[in-house]
Design a protein around this ligand. Structure first.
Ligand SMILES: [Zn+2]
Length: 308
């Protein structure tokens, strides 16, 4: 069984609506923590071929039964293991044993998704005649595509076979060629609430932001203005970076409030207000086109005061 976890809500809803309205794009790029991305991508492609057309996998139709993934003893979907060089195993797999759902990831022993895997995928997409149904391929960990594999993938995206959808999952969207990104609908996934801000696996980008936030109480006005200077430049990139800052700040605040609660303290009103302010800053940035650097300044000053 493959269910979307509740925290996948907004992204899951967006994808479900695309199916319901029969407006499915030929390329999607899901960005966020890899485990969440894989889960959402699997749920999405299963829903794509579900006979109910409801936007969710109904789990009852023939198609859903085919696309069900084997489970581990813990009841989570078993990992799909591949051999990128195709020597000891296939270079791609199916989701469950559904013939129209393909899955590509790094081979178990590989550091990259190889061009051979993309060629095999392209062959598989060409091979199967068009019978009117939808088809989809997941590229899990798309940041591990090497340059030639990315170019091969770009050619598929430039001339996608009919009713075929490629779903790229990447933790770091900037590792994917801009030409690929521009052909995909971007879907951002919220940070995994289970993933800590201070784990060994925490990405460096996140750790740097955590260090910035940790240091806020002692920062002067000019130091904070300096820190916000990092969010100058092209609006698209700066806005993306500030969105990340807002995400990490939300997790960081939650961590503080949880720590206070565990220590028997009641969360301060200021901390709760700071949460609301973050949501407002996000709206300003996304809906009102606010200047990213200004948003970063307001966020950093606001958080400094909230935790003072
Ligand atoms: Zn179904």
């Amino acid at each position: 069984m493959q269910h979307s976890a509740p925290e996948d809500g907004e992204a899951g809803l967006l994808l479900a609506r695309a199916i319901e309205n029969d407006r499915v794009h030929s390329g999607y790029l899901l960005t966020g923590p890899n485990a969440a991305g894989t889960r959402v991508a699997l749920g999405f492609v299963r829903a794509l071929v579900c006979e109910s057309g409801s936007g969710r996998a109904c789990e009852a139709c023939g198609s859903c039964r085919k696309s069900q993934q084997a489970e581990t003893a813990e009841g989570t979907p078993a990992a799909i293991v591949l051999d990128g060089k195709g020597k000891r195993g296939p270079t791609y797999r199916h989701v469950g044993d559904h013939p129209d759902l393909l899955y590509v990831a790094r081979g178990a022993d590989d550091t990259r998704i190889t061009i051979g895997q993309i060629r095999d995928l392209q062959g598989a997409l060409r091979l199967r005649g068009f019978d009117g149904g939808r088809r989809a391929a997941i590229l899990d960990g798309a940041e591990w595509l090497n340059a030639s594999a990315q170019n091969a993938l770009l050619r598929i995206l430039e001339e996608p076979p009919p009713r075929t959808t490629l779903v790229l999952v990447a933790a770091r969207p900037t590792a994917v060629l801009a030409t690929i990104r521009s052909r995909c609908v971007r879907v951002r996934l919220p940070a995994d609430p289970e993933a800590g801000l201070r784990d060994p696996e925490t990405p460096a980008e996140t750790s740097e932001l955590v260090a910035l936030l940790d240091g806020l109480p002692g920062r002067s006005v000019s130091q904070i203005l300096d820190a916000a200077e990092a969010y100058r430049g092209s609006r698209a990139e700066a806005a993306e970076a500030v969105t990340k800052l807002i995400d990490v700040s939300g997790d960081w605040l939650r961590e503080r409030v949880t720590a206070q609660a565990l220590g028997g303290e009641r969360p301060t009103l200021r901390a709760l207000d700071a949460h609301r302010s973050l949501q407002k800053l996000r709206r300003d940035l996304v809906q009102r086109n606010a200047n990213p650097q200004m948003v970063a300044e307001r966020l950093l000053f606001g958080l400094r005061d909230a935790v003072a």
